[in-house]
Design a protein around this ligand. Structure first.
Ligand code: FAD
Length: 456
């Protein structure tokens, strides 16, 4: 197999994002849609010459921003280089979490104080409720079944040193529903899971078919009047006194305001003042064939268990409704070897070390996607300048918060007051040597693997 076969689009090395880049990988979700994609019946896939707000990126963030703006009568256009949800929004694990970024509530409390931490928790929970409400709406109004179901989110301590911090989170952040499960509880509930020293159980949380969720958002946004133009890549943004001129693969468009909702997928030349405030990092997933009844019983997992461990480079897993096991974690570093079998083998080994009862079960599907990591580890939905706003930095937890962050971008544009939280008030830090992001990432991965392996 030539090295080229392993390659996917890489936002840090490729000057431009290719059209239809989602076709470089086949995720389980695209291979198992809940319904055929809604046909586009009129000329709405054609780029107009101007609009009030142009949104770059048709994932959860961009589609939620578009929905909110269109519902307020705003003339809004969304463009995407690929199909709807070409990026992370069609490739994730479907955990709808009361969390985003990499900081714990304790970290927020230590950095910003207890009141802000309470507001953050409130906002994360609002994100889950937001997804839940729109999932119900897309079903009622458009018949889209995104398979949303309330679930529990378990963070399992992978070594004894992680037990006390989880216990502390369970004790300190009442009144939100969270409880601590001991190793004995876990042995009883999830007998097939190894290295389970205790867990924090959190609700509200949910599970979803991620692609169907994005397609449902798109239907809601289109019905409200938003125009979504796919296979249209933004090449360059020029700020003008009266608005922005955006050069795209389908020609130029003038907009009063541009929202960058392009997440880790934003190509390096798009708008460096924003794109150098994130590190695009690959997260990878493998999905098995359907497990036998015996294997499922041995595991003890149900489709309502969303599990993540406490490693620095985390593993996460869930049993899908058709009894396949989805297992994810950090993958390769660069796009050129994202699909290299070596990384799939590493992920598979991690699955067997965690769930040994799956010995002999291989991955039927394997793929990766670019998550956006902020230098200070928490997400943003912020105003960059009078004409440009952006949302980024969700890391591996963006289904609920990206959906809400998109709505917040739109609310700011409409002049609404946002909750006084750091997500909405400060720009993310710029990487001071953006050309060295990959080098820093490699060093961090080595350090993190060492610590994770030494149970340190
Ligand atoms: C493997 C994996 C597993 C994950 N699991 C979970 C999970 O279980 N739970 C969770 O909460 N989060 C998870 N995430 C993260 C979550 O999927 C993302 O945070 C979320 O989808 C971000 O949505 P978004 O709309 O901001 O970005 P995206 O969905 O990534 O959309 C960005 C879009 O911008 C487009 N774009 C970029 N540049 C341009 C350009 N120049 N011109 C036009 N279009 C452009 C891309 O084509 C893309 O469609 C996971 C991510 C990955 C990769």
């Amino acid at each position: 197999m030539s090295a080229h076969r392993y390659r996917i689009y890489d936002p840090l090395t490729d000057a431009h994002i290719p059209l239809n880049h989602e076709q470089q990988v086949t995720s389980y979700w695209r291979a198992h849609p809940t319904q055929p994609e809604a046909p586009v019946t009129d000329n709405c896939n054609v780029l107009p010459a101007q609009c009030e707000t142009l949104i770059i990126g048709a994932g959860y963030t961009g589609l939620n921003a578009a929905l909110t703006l269109a519902e307020h009568g705003h003339n809004v256009v969304v463009i995407d280089a690929g199909a709807i949800a070409a990026g992370c929004s069609s490739r994730n694990a479907g955990f709808v979490l009361p969390a985003s970024g990499r900081l714990s509530i304790q970290n927020y409390s230590d950095t910003f104080g207890a009141d802000v931490a309470a507001g953050v928790l409130n906002e994360f929970n609002a994100g889950v409720r937001h997804v839940e409400q729109l999932a119900a709406r897309m079903h009622t109004e458009h018949g889209v079944d995104c398979q949303y179901a309330a679930s529990r989110y378990l963070r399992i301590a992978h070594n004894s040193g992680q037990v006390a911090p989880l216990q502390q989170l369970a004790d300190n952040h009442a009144p939100w529903p969270r409880q601590f499960l001991t190793a004995a509880d876990l042995q009883h509930q999830l007998p097939g899971v190894r290295h389970a020293h205790g867990a924090l159980e959190q609700t509200p949380a949910g599970r979803v078919h991620p692609l169907a969720l994005a397609q449902g958002y798109a239907q809601l946004a289109r019905a409200a009047g938003a125009r979504i133009v796919t296979q249209c890549a933004a090449l360059n943004i020029t700020e003008l006194p009266s608005g922005c001129d955006v050069a795209t693969s389908q020609g130029h468009i003038r907009a009063e305001h541009v929202m960058l909702c392009s997440n880790g997928y934003a190509n390096r030349q798009l708008f460096s003042q924003v794109t150098t405030r994130q590190l695009p990092a690959l997260s990878s997933i493998g999905v098995t064939q359907p497990l036998s009844r015996w294997q499922v019983e041995q595991l003890g997992l149900t489709p309502n268990d969303l599990v993540m461990d406490t490693r620095r480079l985390k593993y996460y897993y869930r049993l899908l409704p058709d009894q396949r096991l989805l297992f994810g974690g950090r993958g390769a570093i660069s796009g050129k070897d994202a699909q290299h079998p070596k990384y799939q083998a590493q992920l598979h080994q991690a699955m067997l070390a965690t769930l040994p009862v799956l010995r002999g079960v291989g991955f039927k599907y394997a793929w990766s996607g670019w998550v956006s990591v902020a230098l200070d580890s928490y997400p943003r939905s912020y105003q960059h300048s009078q004409r440009i706003s952006a949302a980024l930095g969700y890391c591996g937890a963006g289904i609920s918060f990206a959906s809400l962050a998109g709505k917040r971008l739109a609310q700011r544009r409409l002049g609404h007051t946002l909750p006084p939280l750091p997500f909405y008030q400060r720009a993310p830090l710029q990487f001071s040597l953006p050309g060295l992001r990959r080098t820093g990432q490699r060093l961090y991965y080595q350090y993190a693997r060492l610590r994770d392996n030494l149970n340190w």
